[in-house]
Design a protein around this ligand. Structure first.
Ligand SMILES: *Cc1c(COP(=O)(O)O)cnc(C)c1O
Length: 387
């Protein structure tokens, strides 16, 4: 049996994979088992921030790997403390809890928000407002937080205490805040899985103001848009708001599993010893790599991200066969006249790897993709769209 046959036989049926087995890569170029080259516009779903086999990141990771690969949260660990310090100093947040994935980062945020509200308003104030079309993860609680019925079917009863507001409809959020005993409001400032949709500025600012007035914990899910992808270090920074909790993962680890939940000063004392934990969370190898990633997402790199974003928006907005371009930074959704799956399949054949979001073609290139590779990939995408 070859790899694809073994996978089909032994891996659980949860993934509808593309007919492609990637073997290796360097930067934004990846290679399949036959040595065919592709320009990567998916980065393992916004994970490989600096592409594949990035030299500096490998150095940081292997140095730690050769020193101590894991010690548990029973003891202090240098990479974990240094990464937390860096994240706090770069965001103005006060504390960090480390986990291993986006779903776990959100679970921690949800627990912290419930605890804060229980302490402050009473135990029945546990409801969290999330947005329709959102995506917050696959655990039973983060599925409940996800405002899309397609993910809920067959897995009920889900964790109770989530209500869904229409995105970009502040009145709807206000109504739900009146009708329920609420702990928090949670949103992705750019909805990723929902179709790469950046929320309106007025809406986001309005929600933040409402949260402050009603003492609702404001949670920003930055799992996909975070860590430089928006053109700022975190997506919420584009809106000038200050969340109480920020969850992130994906691009933070550059390929090693790492999730983080950031606490503002107001929430910094809400979880005490024994209230939450993770065996692997804050793993020194993942943290040493992430420390390298975050330290390289500086003003210069962020300016490059915004410049490449502008190039993609400008080029695709007027391209034949393209209906619309949405998103922010290097997290872009392209609505095509042709079926998105067909466009992706043909791009793949021609050596370019975008992915899908709902009915759109989604582009999530590495933050440091060389301009000439990006241009070549976008030209091929345009040719395919125009057919
Ligand atoms: C991917 C994603 C998650 C879930 O992350 P996992 O690491 O797969 O658990 C949560 N929220 C958003 C916005 C995401 O894009």
């Amino acid at each position: 049996m070859n790899i694809k046959e073994k996978d089909k036989k032994y891996i659980a049926n949860t993934y509808a994979r593309f007919d492609l087995c990637l073997k290796s890569g360097k930067g934004s170029l990846v290679y399949d088992e036959n040595g065919k080259e592709y320009i990567d516009l998916g980065t393992g779903i916004a994970v490989n921030s600096f592409g594949v086999a990035d030299g500096e990141w490998i150095e940081a990771v292997t140095a730690q790997l050769n020193t101590l690969q894991h010690s548990s949260n029973l003891y202090y660990s240098e990479p974990c403390a240094l990464l937390a310090e860096t994240l706090c100093s770069r965001t103005g947040m006060s504390k960090v809890f480390f986990s291993n994935s986006g779903a776990e980062a959100n679970e921690c945020a949800i627990k912290a928000a419930r605890k804060y509200a229980a302490d402050k308003k009473g135990k029945d104030y546990y409801t969290i407002i999330t947005l329709k079309n959102s995506f917050h993860g696959r655990t039973i609680t983060t599925l409940a937080a996800t405002g899309q019925d397609v993910f809920h079917n067959d897995f009920t009863p889900l964790t109770e205490g989530f209500v869904y507001a229409e995105a970009n409809n502040l009145e709807d959020v206000k109504r739900l805040a009146e009708e329920n005993k609420c702990a928090a409001v949670m949103m992705e400032v750019v909805q990723g899985e929902g179709g790469v949709i950046a929320l309106d500025r007025d809406f986001v600012v309005g929600v933040a103001k409402l949260a402050e007035e009603k003492d609702l914990v404001l949670i920003c899910d930055e799992v996909q848009i975070g860590n430089g992808r928006s053109g700022m270090l975190y997506g919420y920074m584009n809106y000038g708001i200050k969340p109480d909790l920020v969850s992130t993962a994906k691009g933070l680890g550059n390929g090693l599993p790492l999730g983080a939940t950031l606490f503002s000063e107001k929430l910094s004392g809400v979880l005490g010893a024994g209230m939450h934990g993770s065996t692997f969370g804050g793993n020194p190898v993942a943290c040493a790599g992430a420390l390298n990633v975050i330290s390289r997402i500086d003003d210069k790199l962020l300016a490059e991200v915004r410049e490449k974003s502008k190039y993609i928006f400008d080029t695709l907005s007027c391209a034949k066969g393209v209906k619309s371009v949405s998103g922010m930074g290097l997290m872009i959704g392209v609505e095509t006249e042709r079926d998105a799956s067909e466009v992706i399949a043909e791009c793949m054949e021609r050596g370019v790897l975008p992915i899908k979001a709902k009915t759109k073609v989604r582009l999530l290139p590495a933050l440091n993709i060389p301009m000439e590779q990006l241009k070549k990939a976008i030209e091929i995408l345009m040719e395919v769209c125009a057919k």
